[in-house]
Every structure is written in structure tokens, then in C-alpha cells.
Write a protein that binds this ligand. Structure first.
Ligand SMILES: NC(=[NH2+])NCCC[C@H](N)C(=O)O
Ligand SMILES: [Mn+2]
Ligand SMILES: [Mn+2]
Length: 300
């Protein structure tokens, strides 16, 4: 059982994506019963509503290869500062996105204290583009690359240091839509990537055993960055960049349950829930359930 107090950090931000709406994600996940879930589990938690992004973010600079980078940069600085503070106070930060660019902030804040952080990136995508390789210019597709020191220095050097992560402790799970530059970066860096095909062949249990072994090897913590688009769109349609052929409901829960059993997870992001695309709130409710499993909910 989780010993630390969970600090829920809502980050209502979607300038890193081409579709608006993920900014409503934190509110949707909270309305779908996140607090009740944590109470059921008997967890200590605090909801940090007092954390505010400037609305609208002040710096409106943008370019074709890095859309709205001024706003993303403002957000990343604010989130990283708050995450660094929460870690130094001994919390388990649970960050609610927002699009996946918010992970630039969480990773920068976490690694200020944890220099050997393992990261498990559960996502249909790799988010390993750089401004050079990105087909879209959307920063939510560049957040993991930035943590590894690849991309524009305003993002790779957030809080003044780079790289923040070591490729040998990074594992991607659920990938099925990779851009050419991302495939190359995965190969040259030696990042482990369990694609959907690996999950089909090996089964989720074996994939997660290996994932956990790699991410925890010599690490001082494990961060789980969970992009809800990892799940099959039939189950989780409420997200901006859905891709067919994703994780089943049970595969996703099994991954979270196995992560909980390790007791080694020290922080998490839940991102890309878009309530504008989720009229029945089913995707937000699924996010709540999965957070429950990650924080120790068990069937028996
Ligand atoms: N966090 C996400 N949903 N990322 C989607 C990224 C899609 C595509 N690879 C891009 O760079 O634009
Ligand atoms: Mn993502
Ligand atoms: Mn994704």
C-alpha cells in the first residue's frame, strides 16, 4: 500500500496539441470520481486546486515547427516548479493533464530530485519527435525526447540541466504509431519499446515484468506517464489522437496492477483525456479506474 500522501495536480492545458479540449481533462477526471476512488482506497491525498496556470498563458510566441512554444514553455516552468516542491515535501505527485506536453514539466520537476528516474511511457505514440522530425509541430509529440535531451534547448534545458533521463531506464509500452524520426531515435538511443505487436506476442504480463525490471534497474524512483490513447479507441474514444489496435480494458488494468505491486512507483501523469470528445464521460471514468489500480486497488 502506498505510504506517501498523493498530491493531485490538475494542469488544464492543451496548447501542446492541435485539438483543443484536453484542458478540460483534470476537471472531467475529478468529476468522474477521482477523490471518491482515493477515499475508498483509504489513501491520504490533497487536491492542489490553488495551483494556477496563467489563463491564457502570457507568452504567445509560436512557430511552425513548435506550435505555441511560448505557452508550453510558461506551463512547463510552472509545472516543474510545483512538482519539484511536491517531491521535496515527500508527496507522490499525480498530475492530471492536459495534453502530454505537461510531462515536460513533470519530468523536469521530478528529476531535479531524482537523477536516476525510471520512466514508463504508456502511449500509442512515442512522443520522441524533435522540432526537426515532427510532422505536426505539436509539442505533446516531443515531451519524452525533451527529457532525454533531444529538441529545442528551451525545453531540454528546463530548470537548467540536460539530459534529465537516461535511455536505459526508459520503457515505452503500447506504441503503434511512430514517426520516422522517432523510430531512429529509439534505435540510436537504445530506448526499450514494447509495441502492440510485442504485447500480442508475449502477453501483457511478460511485457510488464520486463518493463518493470528495466525501469527500476538502479533507479531512484519510477514515473508512470499514462496517455489514455494507449487504450483501444473502442474503449477510450475521448482523446485527441486516437489510434486503432490499442490495449484492451484488462491489459491496461493488468499493467497498472502490476506496477502497484512493485511498490516502486513514485509519481504518475494521466493525460490526454478530452471531455469534448467524451460526451458520456466513459473515458474519464476509465481514467479514474486505472488510477485506482495504479494506486493499489485489487480485485481480491
Ligand atoms: N501525446 C500525444 N498524443 N502525442 C501524439 C503525437 C502524434 C505525432 N507523433 C506528432 O508528433 O504529432
Ligand atoms: Mn503521448
Ligand atoms: Mn498518445
Amino acid at each position: 500500500m502506498l505510504q506517501k500522501q498523493v498530491a493531485i495536480l490538475p494542469v488544464p492545458f492543451d496548447w501542446g496539441a492541435s485539438r483543443r479540449g484536453a484542458a478540460g481533462g483534470p476537471q472531467a477526471v475529478i468529476l468522474a470520481g477521482l477523490e471518491q476512488k482515493l477515499q475508498q482506497l483509504g489513501l491520504n491525498y490533497s487536491l492542489h486546486r490553488e495551483f494556477h496556470l496563467q489563463d491564457p498563458p502570457a507568452d504567445r510566441r509560436s512557430s511552425k515547427r513548435m506550435k505555441h512554444w511560448g505557452r508550453v514553455h510558461d506551463m512547463s516552468l510552472a509545472v516543474s516548479g510545483e512538482i519539484a516542491r511536491l517531491v521535496s515535501c515527500g508527496y507522490f505527485p499525480l498530475t492530471l493533464g492536459g495534453d502530454h506536453s505537461i510531462a515536460m514539466g513533470t519530468i523536469a520537476g521530478l528529476t531535479e530530485h531524482k537523477q536516476r528516474l525510471g520512466v514508463i511511457w504508456i502511449d500509442a505514440h512515442a512522443d520522441l519527435n524533435t522540432p526537426r522530425t515532427s510532422p505536426s509541430g505539436n509539442l505533446h509529440g516531443m515531451s519524452l525526447a525533451a527529457g532525454l535531451g533531444h529538441g529545442d534547448s528551451r525545453f531540454t534545458r528546463l530548470r537548467g540541466f540536460s539530459p534529465k533521463l537516461q535511455p536505459g531506464r526508459i520503457v515505452l509500452v503500447g506504441a503503434r504509431q511512430l514517426d520516422e524520426g522517432e523510430k531512429q531515435l529509439i534505435r540510436t538511443l537504445g530506448v526499450t519499446c514494447f509495441t502492440m505487436q510485442d504485447i500480442d506476442r508475449l502477453g501483457m504480463a511478460r511485457v510488464m515484468e520486463q518493463t518493470i525490471r528495466i525501469a527500476s534497474n538502479g533507479s531512484d524512483g519510477i514515473h508512470v506517464s499514462f496517455d489514455i490513447d494507449c487504450i483501444d479507441p473502442g474503449e477510450a474514444p475521448g482523446t485527441g489522437t486516437p489510434v486503432r489496435g490499442g490495449l484492451s480494458y484488462r491489459e491496461a488494468h493488468l499493467a497498472m496492477e502490476m506496477l502497484a505491486e512493485t511498490g516502486a512507483v513514485t509519481s504518475a501523469d494521466m493525460v490526454e483525456v478530452n471531455p469534448l470528445l467524451d460526451p458520456s464521460s466513459g473515458t474519464a471514468r476509465l481514467a479514474v479506474e486505472l488510477i485506482g489500480s495504479l494506486l493499489g486497488e485489487r480485485i481480491l
